[in-house]
Design a protein around this ligand. Structure first.
Ligand code: FE2
Length: 453
């Protein structure tokens, strides 16, 4: 080999080695976030709530709590010292606001109060099955820190403040759901802090979070360490015995969170088997499912492309939708495509876009302010599918999937209100405008459900 060729090859190898070492250091150091993480709430139940937070120094955590900020008359303390803290408050009253204070006891030092005052509160869910009003927000692919994320968040908070719920005792939101990709680019612990916990900290201290598991979350191992998720039906539903997928209840609504990123979606797989049993077991009036990969999308991903995202959108549509629809799903939330798409009131569409038949659109009303009527669960008549993937990033796409009534290249978030028989969902853009709105009203079931032919 000529000397100059040798030199180039050696130089390239050296560059590759330096790059590889840099990447390794970056990945390794990013996986260990050692700073503070403000409190966040998980696994709400009518009588329990989990609080988590992180401290820079190891210490024993203590939560004092009570019904007014000036009278925190109950407390729980951790058994041992650590930087990552988790305490589950038990024996709470349903539908009740609690204020809390977090302290840290470092060995040999005086206990330090880290978070306290009137801004630190949560409200327990009402008893399951009760038709109490529910308001939740959905952030889609929210974990990219930047101006768009801040604008979407602020537009959501402004809209909520300007459109408060009728009862002042109710919190501004009961729950916060995501459709996955909670921390770009790789879901490392450090990126979770920068892309998720820091920007949303004022919401997360009051509103329990239910995060879907996205493909970017799965690039590292932080997701299941950071989040406390139910495997034994801690928040209702049927125990799944895994944190990857689970269900929970709130008032008269049943939520199903699926893992479209790492769990098998083949017919007869554990997740699908559990899903079938879970939906058969619930008697709740409303069924809402959330997961990352959309069954229908022509945004920055194409759900008909078998090579796109490892065919997971195709598998979701073909294998999971029939179970969700047979189980009476009213609303299906997903992300991954960085835009907003919302379907007609539809059912039985499990093939590619070009196989959509007119009969699959159960209500063909177009426009951005529509009202669908739907019989109770026994007389299944349709589902609305939403792709919410633009809460921190917004991309381009064809936006012409025929099952979609509305497709927008807009950044934003979604607010859903449920009150007894009525659901209203709104897409709030980064400019604070309601760019889409639909409602579903449940009516008495008449006759048998029409099966898919
Ligand atoms: Fe994704």
């Amino acid at each position: 080999m000529k000397i100059w060729v040798k030199r180039i090859v050696t130089g390239l190898l050296a560059l590759l080695l330096i790059y590889g070492a840099g990447r390794f250091v970056d990945v390794y150091s990013g996986s260990f976030y050692t700073g503070e993480r403000a409190p966040y709430l998980m696994m709400p139940a009518p009588r329990a709530m989990t609080l988590r937070w992180q401290t820079a120094k190891p210490g024993q955590g203590r939560v004092r709590f009570g019904r007014t900020p000036g009278k925190l008359d109950q407390q729980v303390t951790e058994a041992s010292a650590a930087e990552e803290h988790e305490l589950r408050l038990q024996g709470l009253e349903p539908a009740t606001r609690y204020y809390y204070q977090i302290e840290n006891q470092v060995a040999g030092e005086a206990a330090q109060t880290l978070y306290s005052g009137k801004d630190y509160w949560f409200v327990t869910p009402p008893l399951t099955g009760k038709p109490a009003p529910l308001r939740f927000a959905v952030l889609g692919d929210p974990g990219y820190a930047g101006v768009m994320q801040t604008e979407v968040r602020d537009a959501l908070m402004t809209w909520l403040a300007e459109n408060p719920r009728p009862d002042r005792a109710l919190p501004y939101l009961d729950l916060l759901l995501t459709t996955g990709d909670n921390a770009y680019r790789s879901g490392s612990n450090k990126q979770f802090q920068q892309g998720f916990f820091s920007p949303y900290r004022t919401i997360l201290r009051n509103v329990p979070i239910w995060p879907a598991y996205g493909n970017h979350d799965a690039r590292r191992w932080a997701f299941f360490d950071i989040f406390s998720l139910p495997s034994e039906a801690e928040s209702g539903g049927l125990a799944s015995h895994t944190e990857h997928y689970y269900s929970f209840d709130y008032a008269n609504a049943h939520f199903v969170m699926l893992d479209t990123t790492a769990s098998s979606m083949t017919v007869g797989s554990e997740m699908l088997d559990w899903l079938q049993r879970d939906l058969a077991a619930t008697t709740q009036k409303w069924i809402i499912a959330a997961f990352h990969h959309p069954p229908y999308s022509r945004g920055s991903h194409d759900s008909d492309n078998r090579r796109d995202s490892g065919g997971r959108m195709f598998a979701m549509r073909k294998n999971v939708l029939p179970i969700l629809e047979a189980g009476g799903a009213d609303l299906v939330l997903s992300g991954h495509s960085h835009m907003y798409e919302r379907s007609y009131f539809s059912g039985c569409h499990y093939g590619d876009a070009d196989t959509l038949q007119a009969s699959m659109l159960r209500d063909k009303t177009t426009g951005t302010k529509v009202a669908y009527k739907k019989p109770g669960r026994d007389g299944y008549s349709g589902t609305v599918y939403m792709v919410i993937g633009s809460s921190s990033k917004q991309d381009q796409g064809r936006l012409d999937h025929p099952v979609m009534a509305v497709s927008l290249a807009e950044a934003g978030s979604v607010v859903v209100d449920i009150d007894n028989d009525m659901m209203i969902a709104r897409f709030i853009t980064r400019a604070g405008l309601v760019a889409d709105q639909f409602s579903i009203q449940k009516t008495a079931a008449t006759g048998q459900a029409v099966p898919c032919s």
